[in-house]
Design a protein around this ligand. Structure first.
Ligand SMILES: *Cc1c(COP(=O)(O)O)cnc(C)c1O
Length: 464
């Protein structure tokens, strides 16, 4: 740093550019209390207020399925991460295979631009994804987050319709209760109430919403509620057919919109409507992909294939931010031969080699394991462990699908009370609205799944 002050002659009033005068990270407090105070002062957290910062816990380490949280007394307490870091960390923390893949790629190169340059990790990952996703998906666009992959999916659909000469098809058709991300195009297809569309009136594209599918994975397709929903969707699709470019939904399980499963018959109906009216079908499997609902991708519960698929979250085993948009050859050709002559998107960190390398290792690790049996076992454990909550006062519903276990309360959860009560039992959860739920790492043992369930059930029984 001394070169700085001796090279050239700084203006006399300029702050001295010495290391002593510059704030450095060493100037930050090291105590948990000091760090947390600095956090509350300066950092936005997800969906947070800086005027009323919510309580934060300081992570000092993480390994396997456990987080090490600072206990404020110079030590740490361990807690099972029942959230898998927002549904991503399927193989756990510090997984030796994933760590090694990342280190190996660091020693090769960490990043290069993807314009005019390509690399082996991207090529290998793309071919792996084409191999494991529904067979009509043949082309891959890599980007940095789930929301951006939804942006790209919507852009593809709009460019597709323009290239087909179907001008005026600029809207998306979706259902109530969905969640597709936080940037503006994804936000416009999130549930209008949960997504707080009223805050952004005038700035948000007005999309076409059909009713939420009736709840329940096992609902038969001659069920009256299903038939009523299907009739309503047929009507909306026909009414807006000249304005709609694509249908977009989360298949089988609506995630952040309410941890809400619906039946494969609903998905088949949407595929049928898309074909009938010339809409594309976009499936957002950012939450459901990579085994979470019991099949590798949720679309296979319904035996249908999308025209465009979004994946993210567990793609890199939770190690790095990366997502992808896959499409059929029809979509790729029509867009490429259309008026723009190209898909108009290109993120700076597109196909980041570190993310590609760790994603490839994560997929290989998943497929080499007996993932299907493991998820069935987790599912059975969640059912057995959470079902006792159903008879507790204040509980409205208990539901399990694949490695997703949900307890829905009769009213809003007391976030702090519930989080603390579950954490006292050694488990980390992040409830929202009226839901306490778990999406555990796949490497959880039967005992760990049982502990997650008993912690949740006991915390609810305590009256939280
Ligand atoms: C999390 C999620 C997104 C957004 O992904 P980000 O990486 O947070 O941008 C989109 N769709 C679904 C279904 C999700 O669960």
């Amino acid at each position: 740093m001394t070169e700085l002050s001796t090279s050239g002659s700084p203006r006399p009033d300029a702050p001295a550019a010495t290391s002593a005068a510059l704030p450095t990270s060493a100037a930050l407090p090291v105590s948990a209390a000091g760090l947390l105070a600095a956090d509350a002062e300066s950092l936005w957290h997800p969906y947070s207020s800086l005027s009323e910062p919510s309580p934060m816990r300081l992570v000092r380490g993480a390994s396997g399925v456990r987080l090490s949280l600072d206990d404020g007394d110079g030590g740490t307490v361990k807690a099972i991460d029942a959230m898998a870091s927002w549904w991503c960390m399927i193989h756990g923390y510090r997984n030796p295979v994933l760590d090694a893949a990342l280190k190996e790629q660091v020693d090769d190169f960490s990043h290069v631009m993807f314009g005019g340059l390509t690399h082996e990790p991207a090529i290998r990952l793309a071919s792996r994804l084409i191999e494991i996703t529904p067979s009509s998906l043949q082309h891959v666009f890599f980007c940095d987050s789930g929301s951006v992959s939804v942006e790209v999916a919507i852009k593809l659909a709009l460019q597709y319709q323009v290239a087909r000469g179907r001008h005026g098809r600029t809207r998306m058709l979706t259902v109530r209760g969905g969640y597709h991300g936080d940037t503006f195009a994804p936000m416009s297809v999130c549930d209008p109430v949960n997504g707080m569309h009223s805050l952004f009136t005038g700035a948000l594209k007005e999309q076409v919403f059909g009713p939420q599918p009736p709840s329940g994975f096992d609902r038969p397709d001659d069920d009256p509620e299903f038939l009523a929903w299907a009739a309503a969707m047929r009507q909306v699709a026909a009414q807006y057919k000249d304005q709609v470019a694509a249908i977009i939904v989360e298949p089988i399980l609506q995630g952040a919109g309410g941890m809400y499963p619906y039946s494969p018959a609903c998905l088949r109906l949407l595929r049928e409507l898309a074909d009938e009216h010339g809409f594309l079908l976009i499936l957002d499997e950012i939450a459901t992909g990579f085994g979470r609902t019991g099949t590798l991708f949720a679309s296979s519960h319904a035996d249908i294939e999308p025209d465009i698929l979004c994946i993210g979250k567990a793609l890199t085993g939770g190690y790095l931010s990366m997502a992808a948009t896959l499409c059929t050859t029809d979509v790729a050709r029509v867009v490429s031969d259309g008026p723009g002559g190209a898909l108009m998107h290109g993120p700076t960190f597109m196909a980041n080699p570190l993310a590609c390398a760790v994603a490839l290792a994560s997929i290989d690790l998943l497929l080499a394991s007996d993932w299907s049996a493991r998820i069935a076992q987790i599912s059975a454990g969640l059912s057995a462990g959470l079902t006792p909550a159903a008879s507790l006062p204040g509980v409205k519903d208990v539901r399990v699908l694949g490695a997703v276990g949900v307890v829905q309360l009769a009213g809003p959860v007391d976030m702090k009370g519930m989080t603390d009560a579950v954490l006292r039992r050694g488990v980390w959860v992040r409830p929202f609205r009226d839901l306490v739920y778990t999406m555990p790492p796949y490497i959880c043992t039967d005992e760990e799944i049982a502990l997650i369930c008993s912690a949740i059930v006991e915390a609810i029984a305590e009256g939280n």
